[in-house]
Design a protein around this ligand. Structure first.
Ligand SMILES: *Cc1c(COP(=O)(O)O)cnc(C)c1O
Length: 362
């Protein structure tokens, strides 16, 4: 049944006028400007996936006992649609988002969604809201697929009903101030994830638990928090929503291994591009002590964070309860810049897509 699911379309009765839309997508704040539509697909134990619909974006009506409001059975993805110079619309490795979404679903005891249905839902939304994709440099349409437990029941168990939804929002550069290097706050008190926990799943709960640490980072004048492992508070893991790379003086790159971190599609792509460019790339534990020593000695030349939203962000300074240290020349280093340019170039259709990472939306 699921294979033959067709989308009912109930287009917005009064979509945003072109002039208003043009003003809204000129300098959008991340995630603040909604497009006109959304996609919803329901799932229940009895019917499986059903009622796929493209409709005007609007609020859900939820009973106060809706399961997600109590036990946080919720997962999401983040991806972008780009308008290339020749006017085509592309997605970057969306099959990877589909796969990861289902890995998150399995971890959270939620139903998996056929990858082709996940991709079809995204394409439906991108097509109907194509005019919301900003054309300018750095602009894209941020797409947020998510799924939540919608069953009305206060018992603690995997819900028997879910809603899958896709919304979108035009975005510009993620960090205000463009590609200026960011400052990180090392959280030595709070952890993001523990072995056996949900760190490798893209679930809302991970973010809820990271917000107090992020608030601490902001209070200390930093852009983002970086977490250490939960067991020893010693090994660098990742940021609240981005993976991290270290560039050493011999040209090699180090990034923390999978397990309690999110397996970023940007992280995977960077590893592949860096290896192809001749860098030795190692997924290995890197301690906070080593990080400080290497930054001081100059063995560490560059560091950067990466993820769909910000793509690649150079790390200029690191602060913690006991002091602070600078990395390299405190700006974007040459390796960071080269990898960012190559990745962004592929995403925007300006660099040859040798690996077939782009997925066209007709
Ligand atoms: C989404 C996310 C990332 C980045 O993943 P991408 O696929 O590169 O966007 C990294 N860390 C966490 C915790 C995330 O939620």
């Amino acid at each position: 049944m699921t294979e033959s699911l067709t989308f009912a379309a109930i287009p917005h009765a009064s979509p945003t006028p072109a002039g208003t839309r043009a003003a809204l997508i000129e300098k959008p704040d991340f995630g603040r400007v909604p497009t006109d539509h959304m996609v919803t697909i329901k799932w229940s134990v009895d019917k499986g996936w059903h009622d796929a619909t493209v409709l005007a974006r609007g609020p859900f009506q939820l009973d106060p006992a809706c399961a997600v409001l109590h036990y946080a059975q919720e997962i999401f993805e983040g991806m972008k649609a780009y308008r290339t110079a020749d006017g085509a619309i592309t997605l970057f490795r969306p099959e990877e988002n589909a796969r990861r979404f289902n890995e998150s679903a399995e971890r959270m005891a939620m139903p998996v969604i056929p990858e082709e249905l996940f991709l079809a839902a995204i394409e439906e939304l991108v097509r109907i809201d194509a005019d919301w994709i900003p054309a300018g440099e750095g602009g894209s349409l941020y797409i947020r697929p998510f799924m939540f437990a919608s069953e009305v029941f206060l018992g603690v168990k995997p819900a028997s009903e879910y809603i899958f939804c896709v919304i979108a929002s035009p975005v510009g550069a993620y960090f205000k101030g463009g590609s200026k290097a960011i400052t990180l706050w090392v959280s030595e008190h709070y952890s993001r994830a523990a072995a056996g926990g949900t760190g490798a799943a893209k679930c809302g709960g991970n973010y809820a638990g990271s917000l107090v640490a992020q608030a601490e980072a902001i209070k200390n004048g930093c852009d983002q928090v970086v977490f250490l492992d939960a067991a020893e508070h010693r090994w660098v893991e990742e940021l609240g929503g981005m993976n991290i790379f270290f560039v050493m003086d011999d040209g090699s790159l180090i990034t923390p291994p999978l397990g309690t971190i999110l397996s970023g599609i940007t992280r995977n792509s960077i590893m592949e591009l860096a290896r192809a460019a001749g860098h030795d790339v190692r997924e290995e534990p890197y301690s906070f002590d080593q990080w400080q020593a290497d930054a001081r000695s100059g063995k560490l030349r560059e560091a950067f964070a990466c993820g769909t939203a910000a793509v690649v962000a150079g790390i200029g300074e690191v602060r913690h309860a006991g002091g602070s240290f600078a990395i390299g020349n405190s700006g974007d280093g040459p390796v960071t810049t080269a990898l960012r340019d190559q990745l962004v170039g592929i995403q925007r259709g300006n660099v040859a897509d040798d690996r077939k990472w782009l997925h066209g939306v007709a």
